[in-house]
Design a protein around this ligand. Sequence first.
Ligand SMILES: Nc1ncnc2c1ncn2[C@@H]1O[C@H](COP(=O)(O)OP(=O)(O)O)[C@@H](O)[C@H]1O
Ligand SMILES: [Mg+2]
Length: 247
Amino acid sequence: MSFIEIREISKSYGDLPVLNRLAMSVEEHQVVSLIGPSGSGKSTLLRCINGLEPIDSGEIRVHGDRITGPGVDVNALRRDIGIVFQGYNLFPHMTVLQNVTLAPIQVLKQPRAEAEDRAMELLKRFSLAHKAKEYPDRMSGGQQQRVAIVRALAMDPMVLLLDEITSALDPELVSEVLNIVRDLANEGMTMLLATHEMGFAREVSSKVCFLCDGVVCEEGPPEQIFAEPQRDRTRSFLRSIREAKRI
Ligand SMILES: Nc1ncnc2c1ncn2[C@@H]1O[C@H](COP(=O)(O)OP(=O)(O)O)[C@@H](O)[C@H]1O
Ligand SMILES: [Mg+2]
């Protein structure tokens, strides 16, 4: 069984079907990239895996455990599955250190000193220790996004979901965030990421899934998806991305 198994899940918002019996899987220590047109359901899929959105039918399993449907402890799920968004979502009235230690203290019930030691260790590792007492709005977007990743890592998640985490950044700040993801990939962190950074997806992914019409239209190793896509839809999507010089 795969580490994450998504079994024919469907999800609509009112009359709008977004995911339509979508199936895919992620192996442990794999990095899987979700690509696809805007509105193809990448964010919805990530939010369903994290329990932020209920699904209408189907099933998601992580590490063998069913994480959708009745009786699931959504809070436990969110402890184990980290998610980082495009807009960082740091608490503006809290320092970096407070942002990073909040969930370990409140949710994992770690003693403050222990949570702070661990937070400082992570901040140091990502060259952010000198920002521990800083407030988010006094930092660059790249620094804020790195803090958001550290905050997710402080919970020791089994899986990290990353939703377009570089999309809000000025171009010169993208690489400092992607470098963290690259490091985490090298360390074997299991990650599922929605991205428009095709060069990065090609470099870092074990597998790329192209979403369209509510399903995974095409999936495969990055060399195949980017160099020899099999489906017309995939080809035309990649062509439009190339024309926009995003690859
Ligand atoms: N909370 C919501 N309520 C209603 N419609 C939504 C909501 N979230 C997303 N949608 C719609 O669902 C579709 C898929 O959106 P999304 O998952 O954000 O796609 P992507 O991340 O691939 O751009 C879009 O048509 C979007 O407008
Ligand atoms: Mg999205």
